[in-house]
Design a protein around this ligand. Structure first.
Ligand SMILES: [Zn+2]
Length: 141
C-alpha cells in the first residue's frame, strides 16, 4: 500500500494512530504483569494466613469451639438484657418536664436525717422532684 513518496497525510495519520495504540497496548501489558505479580503476592499471603489459622485451631476440638461459641452467645444475651433494663429504667425515670433528660437520684444527708430528690440530667432543664425523707425502700437509680 501507500509507502514512501506516495504516503498521504491520511497514511501518516493512520500510522501515528497505530503507533499510539501499540504503545497503549504495551502499557496495558505492563500493568497486567504488575497486577499478576501483586496477585501472586496476595495469594501467597492468603495461603500463609490459612496455614497459620489451621495451625492455631488444630489443637482445639469441636466441643471446645462450641463451648466458646456458647459463651459468646450468652454474653450477647446478657448484653441485650442489660440494654433492655437500661431502656426500662430510662423510660421509668424520664423527665416529664423536658422529656429529654433522665431524673438522677441524689442523696442529701442533713442534720435532721437523710433526704433525697431526683434531678433532671438535661443541662437545659432545671426540674427536680420534691425533697423527701430517705428510706431503705427508696429505689436508687
Ligand atoms: Zn428535664
Amino acid at each position: 500500500m501507500a509507502k514512501g513518496k506516495h504516503r498521504t497525510y491520511a497514511d501518516k495519520e493512520r500510522d501515528g494512530e497505530i503507533k499510539r495504540l501499540k504503545d497503549a497496548l504495551k502499557r496495558k501489558d505492563r500493568e497486567i504483569e504488575k497486577f499478576k505479580s501483586e496477585l501472586k503476592t496476595l495469594e501467597a499471603a492468603f495461603q500463609e494466613n490459612i496455614r497459620f489459622l489451621k495451625g492455631k485451631t488444630a489443637k482445639l476440638d469441636l466441643q471446645e469451639l462450641l463451648k466458646g461459641a456458647q459463651k459468646e452467645q450468652s454474653l450477647k444475651q446478657i448484653e441485650t438484657e442489660k440494654e433492655i433494663t437500661f431502656k426500662e429504667l430510662e423510660d421509668k425515670w424520664k423527665c416529664h418536664k423536658c422529656t429529654k433528660g433522665i431524673l438522677k437520684f441524689i442523696k442529701i444527708p442533713r442534720q435532721d436525717g437523710i433526704f433525697y430528690m431526683r434531678k433532671c440530667n438535661n443541662p437545659n432543664c432545671k426540674h427536680t422532684t420534691r425533697l423527701k425523707k430517705w428510706e431503705t425502700t427508696v429505689e436508687v437509680s
